[in-house]
Design a protein around this ligand. Structure first.
Ligand code: FMN
Ligand code: 7N5
Length: 362
C-alpha cells in the first residue's frame, strides 16, 4: 500500500473534502451550497441512484496501459469530468472563480462558468483554456446577446443554457437562514451592464423552444442545454440544432421529486445520435460514479458541490485535489472493470438488470 495513503489528516475522498469545507464555511453559506429544493429528496436520490448501480467487471484484459483522455466539443480533456456551473465562488473562498479556473486548467478539464459568477467572465477566461459559459436566457434579449458576444470575444468554447429554471427552486434552508443577498462587496459581476448598473438574474417562465431557435441564429458557438431529463425534450433539442445536453436536475435545487439523473440518463441516451455530447451531473462523488455514468451512455460527468468544497477547504489547491482524487479513483475503477479507456466502458459492464437485453448473453 502506498505510504501516502495512510498519512494522518490527508484527504482521501471527496467526502473528506466535504467535511473539511463544513468546518471552514459560514454555516449559512454551507447551507446555500449543500441545500436543495423542498424536502431535498432529489438531491438524495441522485446519490442513491448512482450507488444502486452494480457493475459487472471484465477480467484478464491487459489493462496495464490506460488513458482517461477524451474530447469534448473538440477540446481535449484529460478525463471525462468537467466543472458544472456553480454560482458565487467568492463565497466559498476569496480567490473565487479565477482559482477554480486555474485548478481546471492544471487538471486539463473544462470549466463551465456560471452566469452568476462573482468574477467577470473575461477575467475567468484568462485563467483557463476554452471554458464554457452558462446562461439563464433573459427576457431582455439584447442583454443575453451582449453576454453571448462577450463570451465569444473572451474565447469561450460553448454556451450552456440552463432550461430547468422557469422559476427559482424554493430552498428552505436559505429561507430559514434569511440568505437572500450576497455579503458585502460580492456581486454577480456579469450582471453589471455597460452603464455600471447591477441587474437581477431573471428566471424567465415564458421561455419556449423559440428562444433556443433564436439563440441558434444569433451565435456560432456550440449550444448545450442544461437540465434536460425527458427523452422527448432531448429529441426536440437535437431537432433545434443543439450541440449537447446536460442531463441534470440542478443538483436537486429546482424540482424536488425530479428523477435522479442516473435514472434519467439511459432514456436520454437512447434517443440522441451516436456520439452526441451527453453530460450528466448530480451526485457524482467517486471515480466509480464516472464509470457508472459512462456505462449508462454519458460522454462525461459534471461535478457541482465538490468543486465548492475543494475551493472552501483549500482554494485552488483544494479544487485541484478534488479533481485528482476523482482521476485516481476513475483510473483504478476503469482498470478493475477491465477497461483501458473511457470509450471501452459501455452497457457490458452493467449488472444484467440494468442493461438492455442482449439476446441471452446477459
Ligand atoms: C451552490 C450551487 C450553485 C449552483 N449554481 C448554478 C448556476 O449558477 N447555474 C446552473 O446552471 N447550475 C447551477 N448549479 C447546479 C450545478 O450546475 C449542477 O447541476 C449540480 O450542482 C450538480 O449536482 P452536484 O452538486 O451533486 O454535483 C448550482 C449548484 C449548486 C450546488
Ligand atoms: C441566481 C443564482 C443562481 C444560482 C443557482 O442556479 C443555484 O443556486 O442553483
Amino acid at each position: 500500500m502506498p505510504a501516502t495513503d495512510v498519512l494522518p489528516g490527508k484527504r482521501l475522498s471527496l467526502a473528506d473534502v466535504e467535511r473539511e469545507a463544513a468546518t471552514v464555511l459560514d454555516p449559512v453559506h454551507a447551507d446555500f451550497f449543500a441545500g436543495a429544493a423542498g424536502d431535498e429528496s432529489t438531491a438524495r436520490a441522485n446519490l442513491a441512484a448512482f450507488e444502486r448501480i452494480r457493475l459487472r467487471p471484465r477480467v484478464l484484459r491487459d489493462v496495464s496501459a490506460r488513458s482517461l483522455a477524451t474530447s469534448l466539443l473538440g477540446r481535449p480533456n484529460s478525463m471525462p469530468v468537467l466543472l458544472s456551473p456553480t454560482a458565487f465562488h467568492r463565497l466559498a473562498h476569496p480567490a473565487g472563480e479565477p482559482a477554480t479556473a486555474r485548478a481546471a486548467e492544471a487538471a486539463g478539464v473544462t470549466m463551465v462558468v456560471s452566469m452568476a459568477a462573482t468574477t467577470r467572465l473575461e477575467e475567468v477566461a484568462a485563467h483557463t483554456t476554452r471554458p464554457w459559459l452558462q446562461l439563464y436566457l433573459q427576457p431582455d434579449q439584447d442583454f443575453t446577446r451582449h453576454l453571448v458576444r462577450r463570451a465569444g470575444r473572451a474565447g469561450y468554447g460553448a454556451l450552456v443554457v440552463t432550461v430547468d429554471s422557469p422559476v427559482f427552486g424554493r430552498r428552505e434552508r436559505d429561507h430559514r437562514n434569511g440568505f437572500h443577498d450576497l455579503p458585502g462587496g460580492l456581486r454577480c459581476e456579469n450582471l453589471v451592464d455597460d452603464a455600471g448598473v447591477l441587474r437581477d438574474i431573471v428566471m424567465d417562465a415564458g421561455l419556449t423552444w423559440d428562444a433556443v431557435a433564436r439563440l441558434r441564429e444569433t451565435t456560432d458557438l456550440p449550444i448545450l442545454l442544461k437540465g434536460v431529463l425527458h427523452p422527448d425534450d432531448a429529441r426536440l433539442a437535437v431537432e433545434h440544432g443543439v450541440d449537447g445536453l446536460f442531463v441534470s436536475n440542478h443538483g436537486g435545487r429546482q424540482l424536488d421529486g425530479a428523477i435522479a439523473t442516473a435514472d434519467a440518463l439511459p432514456g436520454v441516451a437512447a434517443v440522441v445520435p451516436q456520439g452526441f455530447p451527453l453530460i450528466v451531473d448530480g451526485g457524482v462523488r467517486r471515480g466509480i460514479d464516472v464509470v457508472r455514468a459512462l456505462a449508462l451512455g454519458a460522454t462525461a460527468v459534471g461535478i457541482g458541490r465538490p468543486v465548492l468544497w475543494g475551493l472552501a477547504a483549500a482554494g485552488q489547491d483544494g479544487v485541484r485535489e478534488v479533481l485528482e482524487l476523482l482521476r485516481t479513483e476513475l483510473d483504478e475503477a476503469m482498470a478493475l472493470c477491465g477497461a483501458r479507456s473511457p470509450g471501452e466502458l459501455g452497457p457490458d459492464v452493467l449488472a444484467p438488470h440494468l442493461s438492455a437485453p442482449t439476446g441471452g448473453t446477459a
